[in-house]
Design a protein around this ligand. Structure first.
Ligand code: OXD
Ligand code: MN
Length: 580
């Protein structure tokens, strides 16, 4: 039997269901990409940008009701409801197949069906995995070209005919009433219909690399995390790799490609959204970025916040839902330039000041990793990069200090499980509402989160030297609503302290929360930040924390007896240390 027989059989089955006019296997070539772009320009689903200043760039405007991930329409379909857990929407697999199968029936009539064999991870890495995705959207195929490795490289990686994650996607009629993103982890299968939005439709990303990936990772003893990966080079040229989990649209891309404000230090970018992490033969965690592109949030990307990204998106980039200048260039709020006259908003309407934002708050750029000026020389290392520290960061205007370090692995896992964050425009719904988001994985964990905490706990003893775990919050504000810490390139000062902690030299005080940097521990040379502002950013309040831990306890109750004992013990230990 040929290695692709399983994929061919599945594709035939899907074609019988969706009834496309034509089936096309994508080869991932430049010629194919250019042809897709030409087709879309002709069809008006893509708009050519200024080819002199933005060569190879184009703009896609999505349906106005299809601009972000729709978590309420995203389901985990496991045989047992408990395996999906209380934080996931659940549908019985047979019900999902029946209900959503009816929407797929004939959904590609008159359309082309593209079959995309894609590889998540570097070629020839034992950590990389294959997916076969079917879609009727040319925009999705072109985006998959940028975000994944498409074609022979994927087929070559298959070890057996069933060695792939299958993903069926159709735009359907784009109605939110007929939109579903279903995951069948027991079958390594994804069904997505009714949305063309990246997080719902580029199935390699959240659906495969995180939801199905996390299920496989638990089964096989590795980790699939919503994490950036960066290498921090010190003035002596030594590079320390860190992985950081932060919720959607909360600064992962900016941190991953940060230009350090601390002289002599430099950040190298490995990934900005997803990390697949394995234990190697000597008990060292090693991480790969399964993607090969960035699907970043455009608003607030500027020369000040992320100079590398502004350079990176000057060519070969697909912009989605940004505003367009009369010169055919992209524009968004927080770009650092005034809105030029003649600006057209993300829906293609003339824009005038004082109204709604010109760019959608979740407008995006899709650009190849290789165009990032800070791309790490190790970004495609098949063995991955060695991880020495994990960072858990969330967006909280109160309570959570700027940075602190866990006592040990178990305490660090607890701190990750305790994360909550203020929501952003990356998901449909209200922005700025505090919600629980353990390890920034609440929307992406493909199984019961209590078991996920257990999986994290189990990883620790397998490691020769478990990475240090840090908690950060760049988003803390003062009483006037001003950020206490300048963030962006200045965050290098915090990363440098982490590296010193990893090496055993960084200074810290022990508190009931964990280790907090002493006032003189971080190098603040060249930064005009009053000492009392830093103290405020690092402060913690007993009463606020006890209240927060009370809420956390209620969240944990949702998991009943499935919550691992050590997590419960860490919670009571922290309450005890705080005198509660
Ligand atoms: C993303 C997200 O697009 O997390 O990365 O929503
Ligand atoms: Mn993300």
């Amino acid at each position: 039997m040929s290695i692709t027989a399983g994929a061919e059989r599945w594709v035939d089955e899907v074609a019988r269901l969706t009834q496309p006019a034509k089936v096309i296997w994508a080869d991932g070539s430049r010629q194919e990409y250019d042809g897709l772009v030409e087709d879309m320009l002709r069809a008006g689903t893509l708009i050519e940008m200024n080819q002199r200043t933005y060569p190879g760039c184009s703009l896609h405007r999505s349906h106005p009701s299809d601009v972000a991930r729709t978590e309420q329409l995203t389901f985990i379909c496991t045989r047992s409801r408990d395996d999906a857990g209380p934080t996931n929407n659940w549908m019985a697999p047979a019900d999902g197949k029946e209900r959503v199968g009816a929407l797929f029936r004939g959904s590609m009539r008159g359309r082309r069906m593209f079959v995309i064999p894609y590889l998540m991870g570097p070629a020839d890495s034992p950590m990389s995995r294959v997916g076969i995705m079917v879609t009727d959207s040319a925009y999705v195929v072109a985006s998959m070209h940028i975000m994944t490795r498409v074609g022979r490289v994927a087929l070559r990686h298959m070890r057996a005919p069933e060695d792939f994650v299958a993903g069926l996607h159709s735009l359907g009629d784009l109605s939110p009433d007929r939109r579903f993103i279903l995951h069948f982890p027991e079958e390594k299968l994804v069904w997505s219909i009714g949305s063309g939005y990246g997080g719902n439709a580029l199935l390699g990303k959240k659906c495969h690399a995180l939801r199905i990936g996390s299920w496989q990772a638990r089964e096989e003893g590795w980790m699939a995390e919503h994490m950036l990966i960066l290498g921090l080079e010190d003035p002596e040229g030594r590079v320390t790799y860190l992985a950081a989990a932060m919720p959607s649209a909360s600064g992962k891309t900016n941190l991953a490609m940060m230009v350090s404000a601390l002289p002599g230090w430099r950040v190298w970018t490995v990934g900005d959204d997803i990390a697949w992490i394995h234990v190697d033969a000597v008990g060292q965690l090693r991480a790969i970025n399964p993607e090969r592109g960035f699907f970043g949030v455009a608003p607030n990307t500027s020369v000040k916040t992320n100079p590398n990204a502004t350079t990176m998106v000057r060519a070969n980039t697909i912009f989605t839902n940004v505003a367009l200048t009369s010169d055919g260039e992209p524009w968004w709020e927080g770009m650092g330039t005034d809105p030029p006259p003649g600006l057209v908003d993300w829906q293609g309407k003339p824009w005038s000041p004082g109204g709604a934002p010109a760019a959608h708050p979740n407008s995006r750029f899709t650009a190849p990793v290789t165009q990032c000026p800070s791309v790490s020389p190790a970004w495609e290392d098949p063995q991955g990069v060695p991880i020495s520290g994990f960072i858990f960061g969330s967006r909280r205007s109160r309570v959570i200090p700027l940075v602190f370090e866990a006592f040990d692995w178990q305490h660090g896992v607890f701190l990750g499980s305790a994360m909550s964050t203020e929501t952003t425009a990356a998901i449909t719904g209200q922005v700025g509402v505090v919600r629980r988001d353990p390890m920034a994985m609440i929307p992406f964990c493909g199984y019961n989160m209590a078991d996920y905490f257990g999986h994290w706990l189990n990883m620790g003893p397998r490691l020769a030297k478990p990475p240090r775990i840090f908690r950060v919050n760049w988003f803390r504000r003062d009483e006037d609503g001003q950020f206490l810490w300048p963030g962006y390139g200045e965050n290098a000062r915090i990363l440098a302290w982490m590296v010193e902690r990893i090496r055993g030299t960084g200074k810290a005080v022990e508190t009931p929360l964990g280790f907090i940097p002493t006032p003189d521990a971080m190098d603040l040379s060249g930064l005009s930040l009053p000492r009392e502002r830093l103290a405020q950013a690092l402060a913690w309040d007993r009463a606020e924390w006890l209240e927060a831990l009370g809420d956390l306890g209620k969240f944990y109750e949702e998991f009943g007896g499935r919550l691992p004992g050590p997590i419960r013990e860490e919670l009571s230990g922290m309450i005890r240390r705080l005198g509660g």
